[in-house]
Design a protein around this ligand. Structure first.
Ligand code: DX5
Ligand code: ZN
Length: 225
């Protein structure tokens, strides 16, 4: 798999597999690929960092096999990401994103992701000051602003997240090195225009895509076409 194109200038839509029909994950992946998805967002939850358990490296490897051409964007909501990043890279993740709130040496974990050959992302919960990611802005390929409290799909977008996206964009622009800005949680065709205007490059959408009868139409609307 070639390294993903991370240049800015176009919106990427990343359907979140948490909302897909798990018994038919391969078909669901094929369907969103055909519907115009750019990335696949894969949510990993451990029942410690968040109050829910989803899937681990085996699930990522299955998604990798089902989606050879799509960027696999793995969001780790786990308590000890440093222990597992290598496994997720080996499973086929193109991007591994870790939470600043998890108890680990953030900088070391980001270095470990990159040294294994994947792209590194950092993310933070809605209640965490944005300044907490500032020290590592030069060491990441992706910044993910959470717009719900992580743990579950299908939650309402937290309105204050819009200002945080704008502020994250400002911080990233001031910092220099190019990284993409992603938003995750409660994204819909209704709030997508404001998020794009605020500087988001990647919009994660679970329910808004997999809950729609028309995946292609949903993706087009979120993209703003
Ligand atoms: C929340 C996850 C999200 C979620 C998005 O913990 O990180 O990726 O699946 O789903 P929707 O779009 O339904 O909020
Ligand atoms: Zn996510």
């Amino acid at each position: 798999m070639p390294r993903p194109d991370m240049t800015r200038g176009r919106i990427r839509i990343a359907p979140s597999l948490l909302a897909c029909k798990f018994e038919r994950m391969g078909e669901e992946i094929e369907a969103v690929r055909g519907a115009g998805a750019d990335w696949l967002h894969f949510d990993v939850m451990d029942g410690h960092f968040v109050p829910n358990i989803s899937v681990g490296p085996l699930g990522v490897a299955a998604a990798r096999r089902a989606a050879p051409g799509l960027v696999l964007d793995v969001h780790l909501m786990i308590a000890q990401p440093d222990r597992y990043v290598e496994e997720f890279v080996l499973a086929g993740a193109d991007i591994v994103t870790v939470h600043v709130e998890a108890p680990h040496h953030l900088h070391r974990t980001l270095q470990a992701i990159r040294s294994r050959g994947a792209l590194a992302g950092v993310t933070l919960n809605p209640g965490t000051p944005l300044g907490s990611i500032e020290p590592v802005l030069g060491d990441v390929d992706l910044v993910l602003v959470m717009s719900v409290n992580p743990g579950f799909g299908g939650q309402e977008f937290i309105p204050s997240a819009l200002d945080r996206v704008r502020e994250a964009r400002r911080m990233m622009d001031a910092r220099g090195p190019e990284a993409l800005l992603e938003v995750d949680g409660g994204v819909t065709a209704g709030n997508a225009p404001a998020l794009r205007e605020a500087g988001a490059d990647v919009l994660v959408a679970g329910t808004a895509v997999f809950g729609s009868p028309d995946y292609a139409g949903a993706i087009r609307k979120i993209r703003g076409e």
